[in-house]
Ligand binder design. Structure first.
Ligand SMILES: Nc1ncnc2c1ncn2[C@@H]1O[C@H](COP(=O)(O)OP(=O)(O)OP(=O)(O)O)[C@@H](O)[C@H]1O
Ligand SMILES: [Mg+2]
Length: 456
């Protein structure tokens, strides 16, 4: 589906600007000695142990950050180089849920404290995003942060080439007229060069940390731009941090080629599962009872994947019976998510499935039209179901954009989507396509077949 050529569809895809920057300070996990004392105290307290209240645990789970010490050290060292005008490119890889984005968030907090401006670009899963989507997000944010004078000075004549990809530049610099066409190699080169020069100049005022999240979903143009920028980093106060799921990058994947090209220009950090001691830190830090046997089981079953761990702890915290030992721990990311989804009312589960077809983020209007919610009472009922999913922390409110919600993690959406049998999935795509067509008067004509909507 490519809806990206019209203004409305751009708005729709702006919905895909998923990044929400959590600048909250997070308390450190208990140090190992405290942890050991706590574990042994809890062990001594014994079989009758009880769980902390679900909401306390939920809160703690999201605040904690454990392990990743060597990765943090590597990133900090690289940051010191970047701040001293020796630009850096670091690529963080690992399986889904292993903590790539979270590591980037933690690092972003620290880089911000050290004076860097942090700019996020999140790649869009699936078709439909405009070319250069993660870069568009980065450019937009930086344009908004600059005043017109410095923008004009730093962009120079390159402004026209940048404005061609990000028209918002013209809102700040109305005298700039955009160039046309990005088809030729030459035009693309001029855009790459203009953007790189601008970023380097802007970084002289304030060092920049650019975070490209989920590069396995990046379009080819975005990857080419990354390669171009990587070659220009040596004397810049720029730090580029990319994350990707290595599990999705088989040979032939566009990112595989880029990784080959970047081999000598980047540092790699491959994240593995948390160690048993780190899992123990995590469990204890949540306030949840932790016996060593439980930690060992959790570690084995989740393989130290923090996403799995987080989800299992949510499940444990909600158990009606407070004893943790007989609790069957789900194995693997998807089973863990299914267990949480299974606790929802069927109507809520159904609603979330439709939402998953819309995307990681969705507006109430598109969801309502996709599910034939047209009356006030039906809308109220829908809001109750949304509330149920919010309470279960499967959705979060995208507070910055009214009436918009987001799956708490891409994996929740993916599981719902993948569990939908193909015929229903096609039917649901059709409903969603029709809803978008009605709401935004987008001409889906050429894409009707792709959306499973049949011919006009
Ligand atoms: N070191 C950690 N300590 C505590 N919690 C963590 C840690 N790493 C990740 N988490 C939590 O685990 C969950 C999954 O992490 P995250 O979203 O960073 O995974 P990811 O590798 O980016 O996954 P994906 O490939 O799907 O984007 C999040 O809720 C995150 O806060
Ligand atoms: Mg991620």
């Amino acid at each position: 589906m490519r809806l990206t050529q019209t203004g409305h569809s751009r708005e729709l895809h702006a919905v895909g600007q998923l990044w929400y920057d959590k600048a909250m300070p997070r308390p450190a996990a208990p140090d190992s000695l405290d942890k050991r004392l706590l574990v042994s105290e809890l062990d001594a307290r014994s079989e009758q142990s009880t769980l902390s209240s679900s909401s306390t645990v939920t809160h703690a789970v999201h605040e904690l950050f454990v392990g990743r010490k060597s990765e943090v050290t590597t990133l900090q060292t690289a940051l010191a180089h970047a701040l001293a005008s020796r630009g850096q490119l670091v690529l963080v890889s690992g399986e889904p849920g292993i903590g790539k984005t979270r590591l980037a968030q933690e690092f972003a907090d620290s880089a911000r404290q050290q004076g860097a401006a942090v700019l996020w670009g999140r790649c869009w899963e699936g078709d439909g995003a405009p070319a250069f989507w993660p870069w568009v997000q980065i450019i937009r944010t930086l344009v908004q942060q600059c005043d017109a004078d410095s923008l004009a000075k730093d962009m120079g004549r390159g402004a026209a080439h940048i404005a061609h990809v990000v028209p918002e530049v013209c809102e700040q610099l109305p005298h700039v007229s955009t160039t046309t066409g990005m088809d030729s190699e030459h035009a693309r080169f001029r855009f790459f060069d203009s953007l790189t020069s601008w970023l380097k100049r802007a970084a002289k005022q304030q060092p920049l940390l650019l975070i490209l999240d989920d590069l396995h979903w990046a379009d080819v143009s975005s990857l080419l731009l990354l390669q171009f920028l990587a070659r220009e980093l040596a004397d810049a106060r720029l730090f580029v941090l990319g994350t990707y799921r290595d599990t999705e990058v088989s040979s032939g994947h566009p990112l595989a080629e880029t990784l080959g090209t970047l081999a000598r220009m980047s540092q790699r950090l491959a994240l593995g599962g948390l160690t048993e001691a780190e899992v123990a830190d995590f469990v204890v830090g949540t306030g949840l009872y932790s016996g060593e046997a439980l930690v060992t089981t959790l570690c084995k079953e989740t393989e130290g994947n923090p996403f799995c761990l987080t989800e299992v702890i949510h499940l444990l915290a909600r158990e009606e019976k407070p004893t943790v030992t007989p609790f069957p721990i789900p194995h693997g990311v998807q089973e863990t998510i299914r267990r949480r989804l299974a606790r929802l009312s069927p109507a809520c589960g159904q609603l979330l499935t439709t939402a998953a077809v819309i995307g990681r983020e969705f507006t109430l209007d598109v969801l309502a039209h996709s599910t034939n919610v047209h009356t006030e009472s039906a809308r109220l009922q829908m809001l109750t179901l949304i509330q149920e999913a919010l309470t279960a922390r499967l959705l979060v409110d995208a507070v910055d954009k009214g009436h918009t919600y987001r799956f708490v993690h891409a994996l929740v959406r993916e599981t719902l989507y993948e569990d939908l049998p193909l015929p229903q999935r096609i039917a649901c795509h059709r409903q969603v396509g029709e809803a978008i067509e009605q709401l935004y008067a987008v001409d889906l004509g050429p894409y009707r077949a792709e959306l499973g909507m049949g011919k006009n």
